[in-house]
Structures are given as structure tokens and as C-alpha cells.
Design a protein around this ligand. Structure first.
Ligand SMILES: Nc1nc2c(c(=O)[nH]1)N[C@H]1C(S)=C(S)[C@@H](COP(=O)(O)O)O[C@H]1N2
Ligand SMILES: [Mo]
Length: 351
């Protein structure tokens, strides 16, 4: 079999690599926000683009193999080599994750490594293109043939991705129980015994319940302040906490419906967002209608929340990814506009 019959022309391979990396970056970042099954296609696209990259990368490396020898090494070529290694490592860690791999890197694991290596590819690629960019003028010469070959490649990607699930099941790998988000199950239904995940420096001292108050502030008629004993715990909901670092955990959360709090405070006409603020400065907003159906939880599977999981109060936002489930909440603030600073706060709070 002559593989060249199936490979796009050299210029089209270069463009294909560029498009695949762009698609992988966009879908990779977007997976951080997929929390409901209707967004599962984002992960599908990420995987299909990954398979396309697996097919194209060897073609490219084979073509340039004579250039990258030690005696002909230049700075731009060293950079190209670094790019090739990083892209390969990102692909390997991604596939390894899918088939149940684990890696202990202290506070981090295999999934973090995959994300880190993946995020490094686009800047390296842009830098590489500064040296090696060619005009796409000649790309049209084989346009039709290349288009057919790319259609074939994307179809191959979709089929390979479709087959990994039965293969994982047949091999009974640890990758078999992945949720559509890619996360693996940990500690479901077992109270506080699931992973504690906090961002960078968000590591407060345990909250003193006798001093702690929950404030209801912003665009409301009656500002309120609750002690822990004041907070009703008559709302309960089963919901999955799905962290973007690769694990999920399903629990029955118990606490107060945010809608009940908002009704007690009477929300102003025109208020659109509800922001949940942690004692650490970590904060996140939900649209007011969605916030109404969220819970501020005091208990998980009948146990009082532990400090690590956000005692005395944490947000439970079904369908949202874990980083939006603010822990150690001390303020619920109703606003007209979403505060852009919260995007920064989730990375730097506690520093
Ligand atoms: N205040 C605060 N809330 C936070 C975080 C944090 O670092 N600080 N981490 C978030 C992330 S990334 C996740 S996945 C969940 C994890 O909750 P857990 O530690 O109870 O498992 O909490 C979220 N809420
Ligand atoms: Mo997370």
C-alpha cells in the first residue's frame, strides 16, 4: 500500500497541522465549560482533531527528517524539534488518559500534564511559523484532491474516536468509566471522601462558624445577614461535581435553595446576575434564573461539609464545572452586570 495516495500535498499538510492545532486549542479550552450532555460534541471534536494530528504529524516529520540532524542543527531547527516533541507528548498523554493512565506528579496528575503540554503547542507553533512560514499560494494546485483526503482524515478520526469506547470496555481499562467530559469517577455517594481541589493558593484557615455570616447584598430590597443556625437545610439535590482536572463525583447535596434566599431579600427589577463570594476572594456569577435553582450546601450525603469541601457553605451549581462551585461562601451579591474581575480572581485569590 502506498501511503502517499492518502496524504495531502506538503503545503496542505502544513495547513492541516495549523488548523488541527487551532481546533485542539479552541475545543480544549471549551471543554472546561462543558457540563451538560448537549455540549459533549466539544470533546468529540477535540478527540477527532487529535486523531487528525496523529495522522499528519508523522507525514510532516518524515518529510523534514533530513533537516534535523545534529550537524545541521540551528536555533530555528531546535525550536521545530521542541515543537514536534511537545505535540507528540501532548498526543501521547491525551491517548494515555483515554485508556485509563495515571501519573503521580505531586499535586498534579496525567490530566494536568496533558493540558500543560497542549497549551504549550500553539505558542511554539506560532514561533516556529515566524521562521518557517511559506505563502499558501501553491496550496490550491492540489485543492480538490487535498479536500477529499482531508474529508477522509476527519472521517477516520470520527471512526477511531467512536471505536475507543468499546475498546476501553473490552480491555476493562480505568478509562472505561469516563464521563462524556473525560473525567473519571471518584468517591461518589460517600460523603466527604472525594478529592479536595483548590486553585493555586486558595487555602484558607478553617472558617469559625460562630463568627461567620452569610450576607445577602447588592441589588435587593432587604439586605440580609444569616448565621449558620439561621440557614435552612430543607433543599436537597443530586448533582455531579466535575472538576476540570479530570475527576467527577456524584452526591446528594443538602442546604438552602438560592431562590428562597433571593425571595426573602426581594431582588430588584433588572438585576441579572448573582455572584457567590468566598472568604478567600474567589468568586463566580450565575445568571439570576439559574442561580435561583442552585443550592448553597451545608451537607453532602448527610454529612456536614468538611473544611476542605467548603464548610460552612458551598455553591452547588448542577451542570456547571467544578471551578464554578465556590467554596467557603460568605456573600451572595445580586448585580446588574457580571464582574469581569472574577475571571482573574479564580486564578489569584488567596495569593
Ligand atoms: N473558594 C474556592 N472555591 C473553589 C475552589 C477554590 O480554589 N476556591 N476550587 C474550585 C474547583 S476547581 C473545584 S473542582 C471545586 C472542588 O471542590 P472540592 O474541593 O470540594 O472537591 O471547588 C471549586 N470551588
Ligand atoms: Mo476544578
Amino acid at each position: 500500500m502506498d501511503l502517499r495516495r492518502y496524504t495531502p500535498s506538503p503545503r496542505a499538510v502544513d495547513w492541516g497541522l495549523f488548523v488541527a492545532v487551532t481546533a485542539l486549542l479552541a475545543t480544549g479550552v471549551a471543554t472546561m465549560f462543558t457540563g451538560t450532555p448537549d455540549t459533549a460534541w466539544v470533546i468529540d471534536l477535540h478527540a477527532i482533531a487529535g486523531v487528525v494530528l496523529v495522522c499528519l504529524l508523522p507525514v510532516k516529520l518524515w518529510r523534514v527528517r533530513h533537516r534535523v540532524t545534529p550537524d545541521r542543527m540551528t536555533a530555528p531547527r531546535a525550536l521545530s524539534l521542541l515543537l514536534a516533541l511537545d505535540a507528540t507528548a501532548a498526543l501521547v498523554t491525551g491517548v494515555w488518559w483515554i485508556f485509563g493512565g495515571t501519573l503521580d506528579l505531586g499535586p498534579w496528575g496525567l490530566f494536568h500534564l496533558h493540558v500543560g503540554l497542549g497549551l504549550l503547542v500553539p505558542p511554539l507553533l506560532l514561533w516556529h511559523l515566524r521562521y518557517r512560514f511559506h505563502s499558501p499560494a501553491t496550496a490550491t494546485r492540489h485543492g480538490r484532491r487535498d479536500a477529499i483526503r482531508y474529508a477522509g482524515l476527519v472521517t477516520t478520526g470520527a471512526i477511531v474516536w467512536r471505536l475507543q469506547r468499546p475498546l476501553n470496555d473490552a480491555l476493562a481499562t480505568a478509562g472505561a468509566d469516563r464521563r462524556y467530559t473525560g473525567s473519571r469517577e471518584e468517591g461518589t455517594g460517600d460523603g466527604n471522601r472525594f478529592p479536595v481541589t483548590s486553585w493555586v493558593a486558595d487555602d484558607p484557615d478553617p472558617v469559625d462558624a460562630s463568627e461567620w455570616r452569610l450576607g445577602l447584598t447588592g441589588r435587593v430590597d432587604n439586605r440580609k445577614s444569616f448565621t449558620l443556625a439561621d440557614i435552612p437545610t430543607d433543599a436537597a439535590e443530586d448533582a455531579i461535581l466535575d472538576c476540570t482536572s479530570g475527576w467527577y463525583s456524584g452526591h446528594e447535596w443538602q442546604g438552602v435553595a438560592v431562590g428562597d434566599l433571593l425571595d426573602a431579600a426581594v431582588v430588584d427589577e433588572g438585576a441579572a446576575w448573582v455572584q457567590f463570594r468566598s472568604v478567600t476572594g474567589y468568586r463566580w456569577s450565575l445568571p439570576v434564573d439559574e442561580a435561583r435553582s442552585a443550592i448553597l450546601a451545608t451537607h453532602v450525603d448527610g454529612e456536614r461539609l468538611s473544611h476542605g469541601h467548603g464548610f460552612p457553605l458551598r455553591l452547588v451549581a448542577p451542570g456547571r464545572r467544578g471551578f464554578q462551585w465556590v467554596k467557603w461562601v460568605e456573600e451572595v451579591r445580586v448585580t446588574d452586570r457580571r464582574e469581569l474581575g472574577e475571571w482573574v480572581a479564580i486564578f489569584v485569590s488567596g495569593l
